[in-house]
Design a protein around this ligand. Structure first.
Ligand code: PRP
Ligand code: URA
Length: 209
């Protein structure tokens, strides 16, 4: 089963509290999401493989460690996942970026695909899927399936807030995918929104409601 990592660093909890507050506007919401994404990204990259390279310090030559950053791909699930990209790019500036467009049907709450553009060598990269909200888990599961269909074998899922239902859905369908979240909330409501959650992440990022 994929491991659930709850990254509850005090800075993340503090910033997430501000994001949950319904009085927080889009500008602050975006900035906070960016900051938290960097902090979760620090943990999601903790076990990244390192390579030896030869360098020369001002004193002498040495063999030193580096992350082969060209082997990473960041895949935001549109729209809301876009809000997590810049924070990750701060840590992984040469990562390639792909986009998967999914929206939840308002009645059935099941995801509908409307866009997919991925790096050509995606199957050779460590993939980080990002989306602030893991609610029913339908969107994340479908995005993971799309990436596996392209040959990806190393996939991590990064979310801000998850429901127990969403975590279970991903763990059941994709037991090889580790999940990194800032918080695990209580449940879903009748509209499949996370409770207490933070509302509609896409609308809050882009100011569309
Ligand atoms: C939200 C969110 C996830 C999805 C989570 O996107 O950003 O992608 O819902 O729900 P699920 O786990 O039940 O699939 P939404 O469909 O609202 O689209 P948006 O990002 O364009 O607003
Ligand atoms: N999508 C959101 O943006 N928020 C939720 O709580 C659930 C799905």
């Amino acid at each position: 089963m994929g491991k659930l990592n709850i990254i509850d660093h005090p800075l993340i909890q503090h910033k997430l509290t501000k994001m949950r507050d319904k009085e927080t506007g889009s500008k602050d919401f975006r900035e906070l999401l960016n900051e938290i994404s960097l902090l979760i990204g620090y943990e999601i990259t903790r076990d990244f493989p390192l390579e030896d390279i030869e360098i020369e310090t001002p004193i002498r030559k040495m063999t030193a460690k580096c992350i082969p950053g060209k082997k990473v791909a960041i895949i935001p699930i549109l729209r809301a996942g876009l809000g997590m990209v810049d924070g990750l790019l701060t840590l992984l500036p040469v990562a390639k970026i792909g986009h998967i467009g999914l929206y939840r049907d308002e009645t059935t709450h099941t995801p509908v695909v409307y866009y997919c553009k991925l790096p050509v060598d995606i199957d050779q990269r460590i993939v980080i899927i990002c989306d602030p909200m893991l609610a029913t888990g339908g969107s994340a599961c479908d995005a993971i399936t799309m990436l596996k269909d392209k040959g990806c074998t190393s996939i991590r899922l990064m979310c801000l807030v998850a429901s127990p239902e969403g975590v279970k859905a991903v763990q059941d369908k994709h037991p090889d995918v580790d999940i990194f979240v800032g918080a695990l909330d209580e449940c879903l409501n009748e509209n499949a929104y996370i409770v207490p959650g933070l509302g509609d992440a896409g609308d809050r990022i882009f100011g569309t409601k």
